[in-house]
Design a protein around this ligand. Structure first.
Ligand SMILES: Nc1nc2c(c(=O)[nH]1)N[C@H]1C(S)=C(S)[C@@H](COP(=O)(O)O)O[C@H]1N2
Ligand SMILES: [Mo]
Length: 207
């Protein structure tokens, strides 16, 4: 019995040591990778958090690595409290009256960067889907399972854009292809990227 306990204790210590060692190794491995700026995009189907994007000033943020979106099969699903829930293809959205603006994205992680964005005002989409008056918020569901809610009021602000172009080119996967929110008066995290679905809701839900 005593011997048995001893073995168990040794087992436990060994395991703890192993866990701590694994943690330390992965931590050092991680910081080495960050320094070397590994290109996450070549030879992989995934996009994650990186600085290795096209624009030096932009820190690319994805809540978790995600599969790239296929432009031929992607549709924007509009659901919830509206008269005409439906899906839009990218071409449907590109044919809405467009708007171009230069604005700055400001992240809570203490960086900001400016670009020219082209897209449409959500009012153009709302002419088609006709949200109900009790729909005061919109939940955005993104390709990396990121979920964020904005009030309809801030979405209908004149500076808010549903953008599909950045600096004269279609959004890259890194910056939210095919569609993202640009709300310059809100922090970056209120600018969801790679949107799959928008849902009209009655009251605020946590992001
Ligand atoms: N789908 C999705 N959108 C997102 C995020 C995310 O993790 N996933 N991060 C947000 C945050 S915190 C910031 S600062 C901006 C960064 O935009 P960028 O990657 O184009 O620089 O995206 C926002 N949109
Ligand atoms: Mo951010």
């Amino acid at each position: 019995m005593r011997a048995f306990e001893m073995i168990n204790r040794r087992n436990f210590l060994g395991r703890t040591f192993y866990i701590v060692l694994t943690f330390l190794l992965s931590f050092f491995g991680f910081s080495r990778k960050a320094k070397a700026e590994i290109d996450y995009f070549s030879g992989t189907d995934y996009v994650g958090k990186t600085r290795a994007g096209r624009y030096r000033d932009f820190y690319i943020n994805y809540f978790k690595p995600m599969r790239r979106i296929n432009k031929d099969t992607w549709v924007l699903k509009v659901s919830g409290l509206c008269d005409q829930p439906r899906t839009f293809t990218l071409n449907d959205l590109l044919s809405l009256p467009d708007h171009t603006q230069t604005s700055r994205l400001k992240c809570v992680e203490c960086w900001s960067a400016k670009a020219s964005w082209r897209g449409f005002h959500i009012a153009e989409l709302e002419k088609i889907v006709r949200p109900h008056t009790e729909a005061t918020g919109v939940v955005f569901r993104c390709n990396d399972t990121y979920v964020e809610q904005l009030s309809r009021e801030s979405l209908n602000h004149e500076r808010t854009l549903l953008a599909y172009e950045m600096n004269g080119e279609p959004l890259t996967d890194e910056h939210g292809f095919p569609l993202r929110v640009i709300a310059p008066f809100k922090y970056g995290y209120k600018n969801p990227k790679a949107i799959l679905e928008i849902e009209y809701v009655a009251q605020s839900e946590p992001g």
